[in-house]
Design a protein around this ligand. Structure first.
Ligand code: C2E
Ligand code: CA
Ligand code: CA
Length: 403
């Protein structure tokens, strides 16, 4: 659970009720403010301390939407919940503010507050801020070096499919380390931060790509199609001006067309240095695709989407989870879908786990779907088996492309 929350609400009885609910849910510190301005002052005094703001819409002095906008212009990085049932027009306005400023609107909550819904929104606020417990046992630098030098890097593949036809459009290549003791493979949360810290991340990307591209032609033959391959890169790697050429050389040596390769860059870490932006441009000039990963967790606003040379945007699973009933996420996805169309970017919904979310998205959007519901990341042999089974259960996949 989050630890701290600010309540902006002019009714004393609603303040008391909310404080009681938050305390019952395990929030340790709550501060009540009588209007937006009081809340803003308290947050500005210590922006990193507060994890969530729950604000009424109608308040004297400064209302909830003004507060949302002011928070977006400041250094506050937590979530904002609007404590009011919203008409469609107001949801639209709130989402517009959130997308054009740097602010995380988590959702809205009708009064009286439903505890389950409040819990869900606090959890979402926490996921967006990356506060989910990380009891991670990191690899030691020596262990990681050992894995790299002994070629124990394994590509795992997760399919990206057209959500209307089921056609396989691409695969995200997710890095795993083979475990010498023959236990389960090691997942990236245990070694990517180590690779970044000890300057091993370029080496890791290079080996992962070489390993993957070596098998690409065989993979295409087995699949009967040529899915694009997406590799994750850390924003740190964009500081290296030689990165695009090095990646181009790997593709050339393997005889793979660069148009088949996408680099995914997370928006969790801020990318604002000129050097990084130039490298992004150069990756495009070299013919690679570029995907803005984890949209919704960082602070890319609409203006930046126009400025960056992305060919794809991936909506993070915190916006996809429960989208079938979360109106704020629905409006955000609608806005993004419009932007993606305008800028001719592909739109990916990631982390789809529930049929109810998949169905909502399929009924309302035409995009690329990725998530455990379609397939977990798998080794090359398993993914080939998955595709055979997928073709049988999705007869539409034979149709080329979508409408
Ligand atoms: P990511 O780029 O956001 O990748 C998606 C992660 O979400 C993957 O975790 C995937 O297994 C997981 N995932 C996919 N669908 C679902 C779903 O429906 N539900 C849930 N709960 N999770 C889902 P994984 O493979 O553990 O990777 C974690 C992160 O590690 C990646 O997040 C990416 O940021 C990073 N990573 C992976 N490989 C590399 C790499 O080669 N280089 C760099 N720099 N980062 C990498
Ligand atoms: Ca990714
Ligand atoms: Ca992602």
């Amino acid at each position: 659970m989050i630890r701290t929350a600010i309540i902006a609400e002019d009714s004393k009885s609603l303040q008391d009720l909310l404080v009681h609910q938050l305390q019952t849910l395990g929030v340790q510190e709550t501060l009540c403010c009588n209007n937006g301005e009081e809340a803003l002052q308290a947050i500005q005094a210590n922006p990193s301390h507060w994890e969530c703001v729950i604000t009424d819409l109608h308040m004297p002095v400064m209302d909830g939407l003004e507060l949302l906008e002011a928070l977006g212009n400041g250094n506050y990085r937590g979530g904002v919940i609007i404590a009011s049932s919203l008409e469609d027009r107001v949801v639209q306005m709130a989402v517009e503010i959130a997308l054009s400023h740097k602010v995380h609107l988590v959702g809205s909550l009708a009064k009286p507050f439903n505890t389950l819904e409040l819990t869900r929104l606090l959890q979402k606020s926490r996921e967006i801020k990356g506060l989910v417990p990380l009891e991670v046992k990191y690899l030691k630098q020596r262990e990681l070096l050992d894995s790299i030098s002994n070629n124990r890097i394994l590509p795992y593949y997760q399919p990206k499919v057209d959500n209307r036809t089921g056609t396989l459009i691409g695969m995200e290549v997710l890095c795993r380390l083979d475990c010498p003791q023959g236990h389960e493979v090691i997942t990236p949360d245990r070694f990517i931060p180590v690779a970044e810290k000890f300057d091993l991340i370029d080496l890791l990307t290079r080996q992962l790509m070489e390993q993957t591209l070596k098998d690409y032609k065989k993979l295409c033959q087995e699949l009967g199609c040529e899915p694009k391959l997406a590799f994750n890169i850390s924003p740190l790697q964009l500081h290296n001006p030689k990165f695009p050429t090095a990646m181009g050389n790997i593709c050339d040596s393997a005889g793979i067309n660069r148009g088949q390769i996408i680099f995914e860059v997370t928006e969790r870490q801020i990318m604002n240095e000129k050097k990084q932006l130039i490298t992004l441009d150069r990756l495009r000039i070299h013919g690679f695709g570029l995907s803005l990963d984890d949209f919704g967790t960082g602070f890319t606003n609409i203006r930046q989407l126009r400025e960056f040379p992305f060919t794809e945007v991936k909506v993070d699973r915190c916006l996809i989870k429960n989208i079938n009933k979360d109106r704020v996420s629905q409006v955000i996805l609608r806005a993004l879908s419009g932007i993606a169309e305008e800028f001719k970017m592909a739109l990916v919904a990631e982390g789809i786990e529930e049929p109810s979310d998949y169905n909502y998205i399929a009924e309302n959007f035409h995009l690329i779907a990725q998530g455990f519901l379609i397939s977990r990341p798998k080794s090359i042999d398993e993914i080939i088996r998955w595709h055979h089974a997928w073709l049988k259960t999705h007869p539409l996949t034979a149709a080329s492309g979508a409408d």
